[in-house]
Design a protein around this ligand. Sequence first.
Ligand code: ZN
Length: 134
Amino acid sequence: MADPQKDSGLYVIWMMLSMSARLQIGALGELDFTPGTYAYVGTAQRGRSARIRRHLAVDKPRRWHMDYLRPYVTVEGITLYDGHREDECRLVKQIMAATGAKRDHPGFGASDCRCGGHLLFLPRTLHEPENLEL
Ligand SMILES: [Zn+2]
């Protein structure tokens, strides 16, 4: 797990959407969201705690895809990992392998890479996996 003193690295935001929603997600357009658990994988080269606080805030200028989804979900937990931006896509794949999650909405949160998306969907409530090592 991550060194809590180090204010940089990867993070996963675990969220619950309680009802179906069609949402405008920035340039991705209108997307349909199914109720269930979502996991968003991101990274901050510095100021990770401030970045996470920003993700948790609901009322803010919309900059990232996550900002458009945030008002509609309940944040259930946050997991921190060591790593750099290029590790994001690998963490996405590891969460998929560990939980059975599927990518939801191609390109979500992945403007800077071509991996297919950093938002994962789990059709039922599932708590974040323990001891998921990069
Ligand atoms: Zn990626």
